[in-house]
Write a protein that binds this ligand. Structure first.
Ligand code: ATR
Length: 283
């Protein structure tokens, strides 16, 4: 039951019907017995500012943002945390006591936590990333913060990868380098890498397959995919067959939800097998 004291949060997107986040936060709210609600909020792109400004009016604690609002929100919120600025996207908004809006990005945290809890340690070794879109920016930032010394970006469109690298190289005080490879040079990028990450939409249900030869990847390298529908992508299946440790993409989605939940509802929630099953139901 939603009442006068219910803590409200939600997710703004356009469209927003496909999102799993209400299941994720709804599971936690029930598990921890919190009087809260997390609702899908379909917001057209030209209404984003109005919708965000209405959050304190309605007493919302905050929201997550998904496609197509993550970049546009940078121009609207009152403050942006350094990581969100670096990534160039906001996925979490916290409404402060005074009604101002704070923009954060928890995708990098979600990515790092998913890998850390699975047991992957970078130890300064090279990493190969497929794709240079919004998801790749969060992954690159996460890897920089993990102490990765060499980040190799493989992308179809060189200009896009160069733009990403230029933006994130500004933050190379972490002492890492970003190298760019065309799709045909993927074997060079994979050679000697300790981790391969797919950040493209290739391999997702309804999208074209991801075609990549894993032979140059060292046997001890880990492979992860940010695609989680299907949970076991072709990439992860063939990597596992070749003896690589694999990490599916669902964990990133679940862990990126934790900081927002903690800020809005006052509890750092746990990612468990029950939660994974619940979020995947009816997919
Ligand atoms: P997101 O924000 O989710 O990362 P995006 O910004 O649209 O999504 O980025 C999608 C990524 O998938 C890009 O790196 C894109 O490559 P381009 O920069 O060359 O467009 C990559 N991608 C999508 N479809 C692809 C395809 N058929 N072949 C190769 N790369 C593809």
């Amino acid at each position: 039951m939603i009442g006068g004291k219910t803590k409200m949060a939600g997710i703004m997107g356009w469209p927003v019907a496909h999102t799993r986040s209400p299941r994720l936060h709804g599971f936690w709210l029930e598990k921890y017995g919190i009087d809260g609600a997390y609702v899908p909020l379909p917001v057209a792109p030209n209404k984003l500012e109005q919708a965000l400004r209405a959050l304190p009016v309605f007493g919302f604690r905050g929201v997550n943002l998904t496609i197509p609002h993550k970049e546009a929100a940078l121009e609207i919120v009152d403050s942006i945390d350094p990581l969100a600025r670096r990534i160039g996207a906001i996925n979490t908004i916290v409404v402060r006591e005074d009604g101002s809006l704070e923009g954060r990005n928890t995708d990098a945290f979600g990515f790092s936590e998913n890998l850390r809890l699975a047991g992957y340690e970078n130890g300064g070794r090279p990493v190969a990333i497929l794709g240079a879109g919004g998801a790749a920016r969060a992954v690159v930032a996460a890897l920089q913060d993990m102490g990765c010394k060499e980040i190799r970006i493989v992308n179809r469109t060189a200009a896009r990868a160069q733009k990403l690298a230029a933006q994130l190289r500004l933050f190379e005080d972490k002492g890492n380098i970003i190298r760019i490879y065309g799709w045909n040079d993927a074997p060079i990028a994979l050679a000697g890498a300790s981790l391969l990450v797919n950040t493209t939409s290739l391999g997702m249900a309804g999208q074209p397959p991801l075609e990549i030869h894993l032979a140059p990847l060292p046997r001890e390298a880990w492979v992860t995919d940010i695609v989680y529908a299907p949970l076991e992508t072709d990439l992860l299946r063939s990597a596992a067959q070749k003896g690589h440790e694999t990490i599916d993409g669902l964990g990133m989605l679940l862990h990126q939800g934790r900081p927002g939940f903690a800020a809005w509802f006052g509890k750092d929630p746990e990612v468990t097998e029950d939660l994974r099953r619940f979020v995947l139901e009816n997919t």
